[in-house]
Ligand binder design. Structure first.
Ligand code: PLP
Length: 419
């Protein structure tokens, strides 16, 4: 079956009448992934922890997926811990590493962790949880472009810092952080450190996997989280890369699966699909180039056709599929509802927090006021996005905004355009 044909089938699944521009929230399961998973539901249904042939067959599926993921991340298979997704992987990384270190402390020694202030809520909330265990959390600010400056981070690290967690690419504005450069700083600190505390570096690479090199050796990270459903794999499965010499404590106890780091019978079909999805990522460089061109075309036209809007975050250091604009004088949610009437799916902020009407912490972190955050709108393109779809959105969106602006009591604050 040709690649073109596979994508044709996939497009039908999404539904031809609708336009999905929310690939950062989740992606459809790719046909080849689905095919690989299928036998593991009813045919190869064994428990991978059983010693008999049924179990061994399932174990082989899990092992092969582990190999594919380890291959992609350029690490050992023993360095992959399967989880239920990136939320769990991030919890395991932060709580696991911090709690393992806390166990070794003497004489009320104080420790801190550093996270960027644009992290996903599963990092922010886990860090907040750790404050209750006596850990200080230091927030590293990003600049108005949504980028973390190396000097800023370096100045925040001190002798008591045991973990730094900075996301590779942001889920709302798509900005890319200099992970390999940050690793060099951490390495330097580690080498010069006078006390016996470890300092680990974790990155949430969930949004990066489709587009950026996730070679753990090149990145120099100790811990890295990924999720299957953002890369055309099934939901409910993810993984934590944990470098061999990093000590973490499990957060789920039981049967001792995943070398004791994550108990619970493995989600075999999910893991098999995840492995295939990761394998397919490396074949997508052409598709990614096309996505980047389409995104640029979309963005340029948006900026040309709609007055009083601006792009949030750096254009240069940005995922090729992301657009996040602020539309002044209108609520992002109102635009979403109107787009939905035309079958167009976009987003404000991240899918996980869209139930909340609080202004996005990411947009606020750019130094913008709440009114700019309330008017933010994210379009994230994917492998199946077509120019025709983009043209349709470009046809509908300007009039939706014009109509909403006429009805809106909110005044357009032109001063924000110069920021
Ligand atoms: N981290 C980032 C950057 C994300 O975008 C998401 C999902 O939106 C997550 C973590 C959580 O991943 P999962 O849905 O696999 O728990």
């Amino acid at each position: 079956m040709s690649v073109k044909h596979v994508w044709g089938v996939l497009r039908l699944k999404i539904n031809m009448n609708k336009i999905y521009l929310d690939f950062a929230a989740t992606t459809p399961v790719e046909n080849r992934v689905l095919k690989e998973m299928n036998p593991y539901f009813a045919e190869k249904f064994g428990n991978p922890n059983s010693l008999h042939s049924f179990g061994r067959e399932a174990r082989m599926g899990v092992d092969l997926a582990r190999e594919k993921i380890a291959n992609h991340l350029n690490c050992l298979t023993t360095e992959i811990v399967f989880t239920s997704g990136a939320t769990e992987a991030n919890n395991l990384a932060l709580k696991g590493a911090v709690q393992a270190t806390l166990r070794t402390l003497k004489n009320d020694q104080k420790v801190n962790i550093i996270i960027s202030n644009i992290e996903h809520h599963c990092i922010l909330d886990t860090a907040e949880f750790l404050t209750k265990q006596g850990v200080e959390v230091i927030y590293a600010p990003v600049d108005k472009e949504g980028l973390l400056k190396l000097e800023t981070l370096e100045a925040l690290i001190n002798e008591n810092t045991i973990l730094v967690s900075v996301m590779y690419a942001n889920n709302e504005i798509g900005t890319i952080q200099p992970i390999a450069e940050i690793s060099k700083i951490i390495k330097k600190v580690r080498e010069k450190r006078k006390n016996s505390l470890p300092i680990y570096f974790h990155t949430d690479a969930v949004q990066a996997v489709n587009y950026l090199d996730c070679d753990t050796e090149k990145l120099g990270v100790d811990l890295l989280s990924i999720s299957s459903h953002k890369i055309y794999g099934p939901k409910g499965v993810g993984a934590l890369y944990k470098k061999s010499n990093v000590v973490i404590l499990p957060q789920i106890h039981g049967g001792g699966q995943e070398k004791g780091l994550r108990s619970g019978t493995e989600n075999v079909a999910g893991i098999v699909g995840f492995g295939k999805a990761v394998e397919l990522v490396s074949q997508e460089s052409e598709a990614n180039k096309r996505i980047a061109e389409l995104r640029d075309y979309f963005l340029n036209n948006l900026l040309e056709k709609i007055p009083n809007i601006f792009l949030n975050g750096s254009l240069k250091e940005r995922l090729p599929n992301n657009i996040n604009i602020t539309v002044l004088g209108v609520e992002g949610e109102a635009i979403l509802l109107h787009l939905d009437e035309f079958g167009i799916a976009a987003s404000t902020g991240s899918a996980c927090t869209s139930a909340s009407l609080d202004p996005s912490h990411v947009i606020l972190s750019l130094g913008l006021p709440a009114e700019a955050a309330h008017g933010s709108l994210r379009f994230s393109l994917g492998r199946t996005t077509t120019k025709k779809e983009i043209e349709f959105v470009l046809e509908k969106l300007p009039s939706i905004i014009e109509k909403l602006r006429k009805l809106s009591p909110v005044k357009i604050n032109k001063r924000l355009l110069k920021k």
